[in-house]
Ligand binder design. Structure first.
Ligand SMILES: Cc1cc2nc3c(=O)[nH]c(=O)nc-3n(C[C@H](O)[C@H](O)[C@H](O)COP(=O)(O)O)c2cc1C
Length: 350
């Protein structure tokens, strides 16, 4: 009941204000979230990245930018959480307004531009709040930085021993020139530098790479081959899109920024399939973009994802969305005759 009242109040508030209230409620344990803890079916368990995930539904980057609420997220039934994007220095991000709810389309456009309290603050926060679940840290460069690779290395050095994986985010559309890092020579240089640092630090912390959905087939093939040869541990597919399809109804559809939610779903599934066909399960994919129920989660898994993340459906459906998706997913796996989640991975790609 309390969830319904708060959710409907927040749905009508300014999106960034509503988000800050949600973070405060979760951070200060104002909601009795432990009441909603549920035991996962063993069917949802999956071994990926050398870890056993109790369920495949994770929180996508951007919601817990400064790593304030990941332990509450685990209590809400998420199998893992990715915090960030964290930049080396604190920065305010772009001018407001910069988040728009496309309610008619069940989407969001954001052009936040990595607002971050900076790595020192976030590091302190994580050290004071030991993660009780699987934690990823998503890292990116400051807006003004010319040598972006240096910023990724600085962040990697700061967080590698505080989390289970580091996600290198080269795909936000809201930091000038960031997506240029998808070019073959640039991505090669970036990944080689990170791998060298990983060897120097003698760490087994996994390295994942988060990719844009706005890339062509030739670029997909280049990136897939580079991540294989550089032995990157996984891909996160995808970030938000700068494309707008003609069916969008919301008055905000022409706002600049990255579009997420339902309008992104098919696009991200297609990218996942294309990567999966090349990678052939040698590197796991975390699928993200428009997941909101059991069947959209299963569609991502069948497209080639071993794990899922979501952001926009948490805004539209509220804090019980992970439990809902997990329950629906168990039923769907049974109905479709899959003994486990692993059996369904990539089934639409054959
Ligand atoms: C308001 C907002 C902020 C975001 N911030 C980040 C971010 O800082 N870093 C990042 O890698 N992705 C960020 N994302 C992208 C999400 O992690 C995710 O890739 C995308 O929203 C697609 O998933 P969804 O359709 O479930 O929202 C953000 C998304 C939204 C809606």
């Amino acid at each position: 009941m309390i969830y319904k009242v708060i959710s409907s109040l927040l749905k009508n508030a300014d999106p960034e204000f509503a988000h800050s209230i949600a973070i405060k409620l979760l951070k200060n344990n104002i909601l009795p979230i432990s009441l909603f803890a549920q035991k996962n079916s063993s069917k949802l368990q999956i071994k990926v990245l050398g870890k056993t995930f109790e369920n495949p539904i994770g929180l996508a980057a951007g919601f817990d930018k400064n790593a304030e609420i990941y332990n509450s997220i685990f209590k809400l039934g998420f199998g893992f959480a990715e915090v960030g994007t964290i930049t080396p220095l604190a920065q305010p991000g772009n001018p407001k307004p910069r988040v728009f709810r496309l309610s008619e389309d069940i989407g969001i456009i954001n052009r936040l531009g990595f607002p971050s309290v900076g790595l020192n603050e976030v590091k302190k926060t994580i050290l004071n709040n030991k993660p009780t679940g699987i934690l990823g840290v998503n890292i990116g460069p400051n807006k003004e930085t010319v040598d972006k690779i240096k910023d990724y290395i600085t962040c990697f050095e700061s967080f590698f021993d505080l989390c289970d994986y580091i996600c290198i985010n080269i795909s936000s559309p809201n930091t000038p020139n960031l997506r240029d890092l998808h070019a073959k020579d640039k991505i090669e240089e970036l990944l080689k530098s990170i791998k060298t640092k990983q060897r120097e630090l003698n760490t087994k912390t996994k390295i994942l790479l988060k990719i844009s959905p706005d890339i062509n087939d030739a670029n997909i093939s280049e990136i897939a081959n580079i991540v294989l040869s550089e032995k990157i541990d996984g891909l996160v597919l995808t970030n938000t899109t700068i494309s707008r399809n003609d069916n969008l109804k919301s008055p905000y559809k022409s706002e600049q920024g990255g579009l997420s939610g339902l309008p992104l779903e098919n696009n991200s599934n297609e990218i996942i399939k294309k990567f999966f066909r090349i990678l052939k399960n040698r590197i796991p994919i975390i699928g993200v973009g428009g997941v909101h129920d059991g069947s959209s989660a299963l569609a991502k898994i069948k497209s080639g994802a071993s794990l899922i993340q979501l952001y926009t459906s948490l805004v539209y459906e509220g804090p019980l969305v992970a439990n809902k998706i997990n329950n629906e997913l168990v039923k769907l796996l049974e109905e479709e005759g899959f003994a486990s989640l692993k059996d369904a991975v990539g089934k639409d790609c054959v």
